[in-house]
Design a protein around this ligand. Sequence first.
Ligand code: PRX
Length: 637
Amino acid sequence: MAYPYQIKNLDEYQQAYQQSVIDPEGFWAHVADHFYWRRKWDKVLEWDFKQPDVKWFLGGKLNITENCLDRHLGSLGSTPAIIWEPNDPEEHHRVLTYRDLYNKVCQFATVLKNNGVQKGDRVCIYMGMIPELAIAVLACARIGAIHSVVFGGFSAQSIADRIQDAQCSLVITCDGAFRGNKDIPLKSVIDDALMACPSVKKVIVCTRTRTPVSMLKGRDVWWEDEIKQVETLGNPPCPAEEMDAEDMLFILYTSGSTGKPKGVVHTCGGYMVYANYTFVNTFQYQPGEVYFCTADIGWITGHSYILYGPLSAGATTLMFEGIPTWPDAGRLWDITDKYRVNILYTAPTAIRSLMGFGLGPVNHKDLSSLRKLGSVGEPINEEAWQWFKTHIGKDKCPIVDTWWQTETGGIMITPIAGITKEKPGYATLPLPGVQPMLVDENGQEVTGNGVNGNLCIKFPWPGMIRTTYGDHERCRKTYFATYENLYFTGDGCLRDEDGYYRITGRVDDVLNVSGHRIGTAEVENAINMHAGVVESAVVGYPHDIKGQGIYAYVITDRLTHDMELTKKDIIQTVSRIIGPIAKPDKIQFVSGLPKTRSGKIMRRILRKIAEGEMDNLGDTTTLLDPAVVEEIKRGRL
Ligand code: PRX
């Protein structure tokens, strides 16, 4: 497949960038022209950030799976679409060609229809990283059902919240999932979740771990049995549903600074164009290259850069079920060698954790196939960047430090592999089509170079969030109300003397723990649910491997005595309410929290103490009880 919109050198980048600012509609129409549309759009863009109301490719009709599958069958039918590496290196890997994947998606799409799923219905997917997860996602898209994938590490309560919010009618899950030496009982977690989810009428269970499960008569069916039924009928064809460019494609829940996670909504046309365009350009994908993204499909990175981006580009995408440190810390390098991986896209937290094992697991591994490296999810520290460059890329592979968000749908600020001059720790420059702007607290634009500000985007791009499911006002308030006529990212940012962007981290109460986005309010709510806890405050602190760790200050009632046990109980509670990814790393018991006279917790002070910057707490004169700060300082962990 050729990509006429692939930028080939710095001049082309600059020209494309100019063009995208002067004539955004012409720019994106040119990109979108290279997809298969059932009906071409009437108008490229309509937008109003006040509402917000953003529409791309108005009147266009398409199905994203025809772009990811059908259109490749002629030339790439026997090319591997998905290479799947199992958790256990001794188990056989699987290769699904574009033809295989097409057949399986059509089969499972028929299963969904047989189970009553219709266009517009919401389907929750809670599975491990097996090919059937990819098949399930694409099958939903094929029939116009809206998928909501929930990461396998979330608890029953978190899943129930998400299912209720989206009013899902069907759940697709597995008996269990393998991750390293663990076997996670997914179906049993779903059973707990569904006690509070009357909207769910059917559950399809795929076999993976052979963990015993209970199957509820009338509600639960086996994936394999359902497929057999379709086979008995001779695999009837499953034409793709015709979707409007602005019909919903999926919902993906993500954490914010307040309340429960919100369902970020992406739509069919714009998301497809953007995921593909950013994939092809950022990684400079060349036909035939083997591309390996280590993310989980439960996160946006997996949606855009394991599935939709690569598949729409006819790429070979590698899907890995396990974790980088099992059976040993050389696993990613073994996989790279085994499949002659050309492009490796991973997270700083993985790099830092592997660095901790030294060079033993890297030495003597054949990494010569690697051509390009990528990083995503959190700021990458210079040490990790250099290690990646030297020991994995052997100083010959460009690294793309890609900045983006669940809400942006795809990569926004990044070097273009091998084209943009890179600088460790910098996401460098915006892709053509992306117009960043820095603003101060008052919403005034910060111009020039060598400046800091809050990162906003001033013009729409096709992959952007359209709404938060079921609550448009929340979308407006969260992203479009802080600064007039701008999309606010929630990130702080430096633009250096060269005009290069460096993301400095969140400026709101959102934590980034091992690349997972977690709201402090969510963790506090979970801690507060534990009997004996009176109040809590959660902040982030620098953590060598996770990037940020979770530091909780907790006030307990007088009946609580065994503090060590209480700590463990609190951790258990958070695990149950949110999931193991939100477990606090440190819990400090305190008798009070620093509050203003109006009762607001001064997190700034707690953050400083957690970071160990105790001599520089700033203005504490507005505190109700300054003595509490001294106590907290003395008790710091
Ligand atoms: O703070 C930024 C950080 O991750 C946030 C988005 O998280 P999420 O929606 O879960 O998406 C993660 C995968 C795209 C951002 O607001 N972030 C993401 N990439 C980078 C980053 N921070 C610094 N550098 C990056 N490359």
